[in-house]
Design a protein around this ligand. Structure first.
Ligand code: SF4
Length: 346
């Protein structure tokens, strides 16, 4: 079902293909407890060898076909995307693809120096989202589990802003009993900064984070905690399929967002496809299997064949995991295989 006027491809639930998340590596220099717990992904874990990763030329080719099918926004993710060497070369290729209107990157900031931020901006990157789960080192290091200091992430956020990678968004995953005491300090710190702080409900991504519903701080509770100190009002979504629900401070001190996949699922507006580092096309963050585009790329398939594979995958898509989890958590959680989040980006 494609609508000529919109030129967009629609899935089984009528959702248009608009966004492509490209994971350029499964490696990361953090071991965040909600994504890549050290106990499972320790020093002996085998990450993908370089030859199994899509090359920048292969990624560019696939991204160009997605753009022809209606994708307008690309987000580079990982693992930690800045661990992929010469990423600026890929950014320049993607920024030049006709139809791509937005090119963003999600990073933990560890490698985002002023020079790197400038180089990424000059290559064509538009904006960045930086992950930061607390403002005090004790809590933050308990979450990232590699002893990385808050100050260096704050420096990365300012380096991104100075380089023109704006608006800078900050993602905080909230886990009850781990960092929920940091909600108000984080809100206070970023009020008036011009940066947009987003609170993410802790999710049962992948198979290894030992997710429990009682460790989720619901979006309504996060909002209530902030609203008691600094009254908020809703902001309408900027575009269809926007992940975060937006609010602004009534006193003009800026905006926050809430990503509530657990308590307010947004599957009905989900317009995101995901490409893994080794070229698997996934249609949901909680999917178990993908469509192997690398095999086609490396067996000499032409563009029409690749396009057909992407089109068939999207048109056959009916994913709505978060909706189903909401309806019956016990029957879903921990019972089915899922791709690890660090392979397809959050
Ligand atoms: S659970 Fe899957 S379908 Fe639902 S919003 Fe997340 S990625 Fe999209």
């Amino acid at each position: 079902m494609s609508s000529a006027s919109e030129g967009l491809l629609r899935d089984q639930l009528g959702r248009a293909l608009r966004d492509l998340r490209i994971s350029v590596t499964d490696r990361c220099n953090f071991r965040c407890v909600y994504c890549m717990p050290k106990a499972v992904f320790g020093q002996h874990f085998r990450f993908l060898p370089r030859e199994e990763l899509l090359s920048f030329e292969e990624i560019e080719r696939v991204a160009r076909l997605f753009a022809e099918l209606g994708v307008r926004k690309i987000r580079l993710t990982g693992g930690e995307p800045l661990m992929r060497r010469e990423l600026e070369r890929l950014v320049a290729k993607l920024a030049a693809i006709p139809g791509i209107e937005d090119l963003a990157l999600t990073t933990n900031g560890a490698l985002l120096t002023p020079d790197r931020a400038r180089a990424l901006r000059e290559a064509g990157l538009r904006r960045v989202t930086v992950s930061l789960d607390a403002l005090d080192d004790e809590t933050f290091q308990r979450m990232n589990d590699v002893g990385f200091p808050v100050s260096r992430v704050l420096d990365a956020i300012e380096a991104a802003a100075r380089a023109g990678l704006r608006p800078v968004k900050i993602n905080m995953v909230v886990k009850r009993g781990w960092n929920d005491q940091a909600i108000l300090p984080m809100a206070q710190h970023f009020r008036g900064s011009g940066h947009v702080l987003r609170f993410i409900e802790y999710m049962d991504v992948g198979t290894a984070n030992g997710w429990r519903l009682d460790e989720v701080v619901p979006a309504d509770e996060i909002l209530d905690r902030i609203n008691r100190h600094w009254p908020l009002e809703p902001v309408p979504p900027a575009h269809p399929g926007e992940v975060a629900t937006r609010y602004r401070y009534r006193d003009g001190a800026g905006e926050i967002g809430i990503i509530a996949s657990v308590t307010h699922p947004f599957c009905r507006g989900c317009t995101r496809a995901r490409l893994s580092p080794e070229g698997q096309l996934f249609t949901c963050l909680f999917a178990a299997r993908g469509t192997d585009l690398r095999q086609l790329l490396r067996s000499g398939a032409d563009d029409a064949t690749l396009m057909a594979a992407i089109r068939n995958t999207w048109q056959g898509r009916a994913d709505r995991y978060s909706e189903l989890r909401r309806l019956d958590t016990p029957s879903l959680v921990g019972t089915r295989p899922k791709v690890e989040m660090f392979r397809i980006g959050g």
